[in-house]
Design a protein around this ligand. Structure first.
Ligand code: PA5
Length: 473
């Protein structure tokens, strides 16, 4: 049976003391009050809001994706997602959790005949150039993903891809492109109509960072042979649980309340997610964006300036024990650490009993790597407790399509509850807009000419020329 268990004893005042930990009273009062927030969510949902919660029950998507994979990916060796933010991180998180490590290096037979999967989510010329040179265009499908259909980074990547295809296959470039975008709005939809390109829809009422369970995340996953029906089933089960359970038994509510109280009552304004399973690394990265963009807000719902939100960071166990743990243990008391752990790994490595005469290796001989990574996690947890650093653990029975779906829904639901606790609009991102406009202006987009001058005047005023250190090496 697939299970998710949240063990939060290490955030209590009993574990880390009253200055850094939550008392039973603090927790139970806030949990009780959040029952009202769950009711609010239920009534918003009943009137068409919070559409991401209904994605596990969307009709026809799995079948349409299945047909596309069967008909259009025959002979395709590379499936390349071109997107950014919510249009890239979810896809990456799902396939990297569920495909074998180093999947792209496996020979085709071992990949179950599915293509290799890449996500290009930046405009770095070296990375983009290298990937375009690496791919054989005839064997490549580009999935251009942008809900708005107008994101500069994604459109730039698409231009490079289409040029590559046109040079290699001429008019047949259209067979190597599939667009995932709004059903009606935006440049990409117009392009799809004009050029008769294959498309999938992003439901208009689902925001970018909540769109992983739409074709945004499901198409790349299915292309790589992942059972997306099971991903949705896991998400559906988690939604049913979070929508009906009382706050104290509700995993989304419990986590949201802990994260919120730790930030606002205990000054832990850094939220570090630390998976002790490499498969969950990109899920932690996906969550970082979800939490940051949803909750980092200037204005409350009543339009008062509040400047709220805790800063999400990621660390990977055991790797970052040799990197960030020193800071987590001895730096400022400003962090809450959330461990992600799995009970059962899909592969095991048994350590041989070599060099038994040497104490450095003797104690490892005959042990399993899963035992070592679990002990490392337990060791980190104990060291954090000793230095009175609050932490909690989300334990997954295994990493499977069902569990990944459940995890996604749990963290999305939790973020929505946290948005209510912070009293902000979880679903907008006004703070991103300014940099987009600045890029348009600097790149000479028509209509933005005056913005370039405004911006340069502003920047020059703030940081006068000359505050620079340049050295020859
Ligand atoms: O969550 C969001 O809305 C953003 O992170 C978007 O996903 C990101 O800006 C990309 O937008 P689009 O899908 O329109 O290209």
């Amino acid at each position: 049976m697939a299970t998710v268990t949240i063990d939060y004893k290490n955030v209590t005042s009993n574990a880390v003391g009253p200055e850094h930990g939550l008392t039973e009273q603090e927790l139970s009062v806030r949990l009780k009050r959040s029952g009202r927030l769950l009711e609010e969510m239920a009534s918003e949902r009943a009137t068409g809001g919070l559409a991401f919660l209904d994605l596990p029950r969307q009709e026809g998507t799995v079948e349409a994706i299945g047909r596309f994979v069967e008909r259009k990916l025959d002979g395709i060796e590379n499936f390349v997602v071109l997107g950014i933010g919510g249009s890239a991180l979810g896809a990456k998180a799902v396939y990297s959790a569920l495909l074998p490590p180093f999947y792209n290096l496996l020979p085709k037979k071992k990949r179950g005949k599915s293509p290799r999967v890449f996500v290009l989510d930046n405009v770095d010329p070296e990375e983009t150039g290298a990937l375009m040179n690496l791919l054989s265009p005839k064997e490549t499908m580009f999935n251009v993903v942008t809900k708005s259909g107008e994101t500069t980074e994604t459109l730039a990547a698409m231009l490079s891809a289409v040029e590559l295809l046109k040079k290699a296959v001429g008019d047949r470039w259209r067979d190597h492109v599939v667009l995932t975008t709004d059903p009606e709005k935006g440049f990409l939809r117009q392009l799809a109509r004009r050029e008769n390109l294959a498309t999938f829809d992003v439901p208009p009422r689902v925001g970018g960072r909540f769109s992983v369970l739409t074709p945004v995340g499901l198409l790349p996953a299915a292309a790589a042979g992942i059972n997306i029906k099971e991903v949705l089933a896991g998400a559906g089960a988690m939604d049913s649980l979070c929508s009906s359970a009382a706050p104290a038994e509700n995993p989304a509510c419990v986590c949201a309340v802990i994260n919120y109280l730790m930030d606002t009552a205990k000054h832990k304004n850094v939220l570090a997610t630390m998976p002790y399973a490499y498969a969950l690394k990109d899920l932690a990265e996906w969550f970082r964006q979800l939490w940051a963009e949803s909750l980092g807000k200037k204005l409350s719902l009543e339009k008062k300036v509040v400047n709220v939100g805790s800063t999400p960071v990621t660390a990977v166990g055991a790797t970052d024990q040799h990197s960030q743990l020193q800071l987590f243990n001895e730096g400022p008391h400003d962090k809450l650490i959330v461990f992600l752990e799995v009970e059962s790994f899909r592969n095991e490595v048994n350590l041989p009993a070599l060099f038994p005469e040497d104490e450095n290796t003797a104690f490892l001989g005959g042990k399993k790597l899963s035992h070592l990574i679990r002990s490392e996690k337990r060791g980190t947890e104990l060291s954090l407790l000793e230095s009175r650093r609050p932490n909690y653990t989300i334990m997954f029975s295994e990493v499977s399509p069902r569990i990944v779906g459940a995890f996604i829904m749990l963290f999305e639901f939790m973020t929505a509850v946290a948005g209510k606790l912070y009293n902000v609009n979880t679903f907008d991102q006004p703070g991103v807009a300014e940099s987009k406009v600045a890029t348009f202006a600097l790149m000479g987009r028509k209509g933005y000419e005056s913005r370039t001058e405004d911006m340069l005047a502003k920047v020059n005023g703030v940081a006068p020329e000359g505050n620079t250190v340049r050295c020859e090496v």
